[in-house]
Design a protein around this ligand. Structure first.
Ligand SMILES: Nc1ncnc2c1ncn2[C@@H]1O[C@H](COP(=O)(O)OP(=O)(O)OP(=O)(O)O)[C@@H](O)[C@H]1O
Length: 210
């Protein structure tokens, strides 16, 4: 099946020694959870998929997304979105300017502004475009980061412990929001987490490394 995200006999070596091996497929709209002890190579696997593998590592095998072989492509052409634990908004830019960073190219200024306003409304942040990120709560920042990533029209979504900085109630809300948007766009999702509740909420397959 060409659709979704395929990790075909992927092996990552660190300084020449095997670190991880994984062979799996994530269907559009479903979540694959990756768990395992600290240092086993979970974040390294995500960096291999987005194309930012540090030089100490070597990747073998194939990564295919929507039928395209990702490995020969530079990171900006891979169409893979990623969310980290820290929302990492640019602090010197307004919320709207942060979102503009995610926007795919093209369109008039008014059209771009309309897309930003629609994205904010989709996550209950109407009127936040001119706000400074520092004035947002953690949950609001997480929502802006989600929409910035989705505005780049990714074909897959990677999550690296993206909910762990949030308190329990907010964690559940943001997690549901991320899964809902991913499902609505039929994106395959690869989630790295230490939290069994995240895995349970995802409801998909769980791969344990190490
Ligand atoms: N840039 C790098 N250069 C060399 N080694 C690295 C680099 N980044 C991480 N490592 C090492 O590679 C191994 C895998 O790290 P990685 O961050 O992928 O683990 P992880 O499973 O995500 O851990 P955690 O659950 O603690 O986030 C570790 O031994 C780590 O020290």
């Amino acid at each position: 099946m060409a659709n979704g995200l395929h990790l075909d006999q992927v092996r990552i070596l660190k300084d020449g020694a095997p670190l991880i091996e994984i062979d799996t497929h994530v269907a559009p709209g479903s979540v694959l959870t990756i768990m395992g002890p600290s240092g086993v190579g979970k974040s390294t696997l995500l960096s291999a998929i987005i194309g930012t593998l540090p030089p100490a590592f070597e990747l073998q095998g194939h990564v295919r997304l929507e039928g395209r072989d990702l490995l020969p492509l530079p990171p900006e052409d891979r169409c893979v979105g990623i969310l980290f634990q820290d929302a990492l908004l640019f602090p010197h830019l307004s919320v709207g300017a942060n979102l503009a960073f995610g926007l795919t190219k093209g369109g008039t200024r008014a059209e771009r502004r309309a897309k930003i306003d629609t994205a904010l409304a989709e996550v209950g942040l109407e009127g936040f475009a001119d706000r400074d990120p520092e004035t947002l709560s953690g949950g609001q920042r997480a929502r802006v980061a989600l929409m910035r990533m989705l505005l780049s029209a990714p074909n897959a979504l990677l999550l690296d412990e993206p909910f762990s900085g949030l308190d329990a109630e907010l964690r559940g809300q943001v997690r549901d929001l991320v899964f809902r948007h991913a499902r609505a766009r039929a994106l395959p999702v690869l989630m790295v987490t230490h939290d069994q509740e995240d895995a349970d909420a995802a409801g998909g397959e769980v791969v344990r490394l190490g």
